[in-house]
Design a protein around this ligand. Structure first.
Ligand code: ACO
Length: 375
């Protein structure tokens, strides 16, 4: 019997079970394998969080060392992916399109899904960094196996080892966005493997979903706004002009949270620490005054729906503060979220159930056929 009630955007509908992460939208909490996101961001390394998601337990020293080694040995790009990225750079394609192409060109056929997952997590940062080097007319910087994941990602952009404070900030960011329930891109990935397709196809689809401004594409526009406000000094005028023109304030609102996104709190602290470290040279102060005005104005503008700060708002401040170019904000999100995508795929593959919702048909019926000559 088909339930014909309509759930646009699959809102508030549970379509699968997961042991990976859970969001409490009313109380503003997020747990990864049972551990609050703030605890992980303040204590764990990115590799520890990967291990936790993949294995459902925190690693011992030995397990962590083995896992780090395994991950770091899968960082190299195949030649055909390098060639493709250099051609894409010559045509200046959107960085997320380059990531999509790079992922799609990986050949992991025949490898067990868990191995495909590790390879995808390990190589995605190399795809992003190599593409950006090609775009700048420079040769990619080879990954180094002795550097940690976050450190190596930054190193591959410049060829110099980053400062520890910068690595810590990136690592906290990567942990904060590592997994987040059944968001749009994760749903896409799970839907693809529900057909028993492979992980490369699933992650290619997920990258496409993440690109959109209603998902992972918001921090670039957030940064533009904050830069303008830093010059004009007027968050109120900026917020009012967006809302009065009927547009959305980027970095605010969420499908699930009715409170401030807990990841925004984590990233606001990271941004504040970075600001102190750089003697106030980041956009942190501008962002906090903008946020206060935005929350107040959104509450007045939408009294029936609480629109609070989401993860993308302070993402812009943190990534800008560590000199990631705005064009790479969403690809850097993918560098982390590929862990959530792949672990969700592995979970789905344990007991795949073909994703196949229905659509309520609102088109015409009972039409006859008109021969082409009579139309
Ligand atoms: N600014 C102003 N109004 C907003 C905003 C916003 N940021 N977000 C939602 N609204 C309004 C909508 O206009 C709508 O108003 P209406 O009922 O008067 O038409 C109402 O709130 C509900 O909006 P929906 O789009 O139905 O809510 P949904 O849950 O689908 O949207 C979303 C969530 C897409 C994140 C939305 O809040 C948005 O567009 N935010 C701005 C973009 C953004 O920050 N994206 C990053 C999201 S976080 C992530 O994916 C990692």
């Amino acid at each position: 019997m088909v339930d014909n009630s309509l759930h646009r955007g699959v809102e508030d509908i549970a379509v699968t079970e997961t042991e990976l992460s859970d969001i409490d939208g009313e109380n503003g909490s997020l747990i990864i394998r049972g551990i609050p996101i703030k605890v992980l961001a303040n204590n764990a390394t990115f590799e520890e969080c990967c291990y936790l998601l993949f294995n459902d337990r925190l690693p011992t020293e030995t397990q962590l060392a083995t896992f780090q080694k395994r991950l770091s040995e899968h960082r190299q790009l195949p030649d055909r992916v390098s060639t493709l990225l250099s051609r894409a750079a010559a045509e200046a394609v959107h960085p997320m399109d380059a990531v999509r192409m790079g992922v799609a060109a990986l050949d992991l056929d025949g490898k067990p899904p868990a191995e495909q997952a590790v390879r995808l997590v390990a190589v995605l940062p190399t795809i992003v960094a190599a593409y950006w080097r090609y775009r700048a007319g420079e040769a990619p910087v080879e990954p180094r196996t002795e550097l940690r994941h976050a450190e190596n990602y930054l190193y591959m952009h410049t060829g110099t080892e980053p400062e520890p404070a910068v690595v810590d900030a990136l690592e906290a960011y990567l942990i904060a966005v590592i997994d987040h329930g059944l968001n749009a891109s994760t749903f896409v990935a799970r839907s693809i493997v529900s057909t028993e397709s492979d992980l490369v196809s699933a992650i290619t689809g997920a990258v496409g979903a993440l690109k959109g401004p209603r998902h992972g594409g918001a921090p670039g526009p957030v940064l533009e706004t904050l830069r303008t406000v830093a010059t004009t000094g007027s968050p109120t005028a900026s917020v009012e002009s967006v809302l009065e023109s009927g547009n959305r304030l980027m970095g605010f609102g969420h499908r699930v949270y009715r409170t401030r996104d807990p990841r925004a709190a984590v990233l606001a602290s990271v941004a504040e620490r970075l600001d102190t470290h750089t003697d106030g040279s980041t956009l942190f102060e501008t962002a906090s005054s903008f946020e206060a005005v935005a929350r107040e104005k959104l509450a007045a503008h939408h009294p029936d729906r609480r629109l609070e700060t989401n993860v993308e708002f302070y993402t812009a401040v943190v990534l800008d503060g560590i000199d990631i170019p705005p064009a790479l904000f969403t690809p850097t999100f993918a560098v982390s979220r590929v862990v959530g995508w792949t672990t969700h795929c592995l979970e789905e593959l344990e007991d795949p159930k073909l994703v196949r919702p229905t659509a309520r048909y609102t088109g015409k019926r009972d039409r006859g056929w008109t021969p082409r000559s009579d139309r």
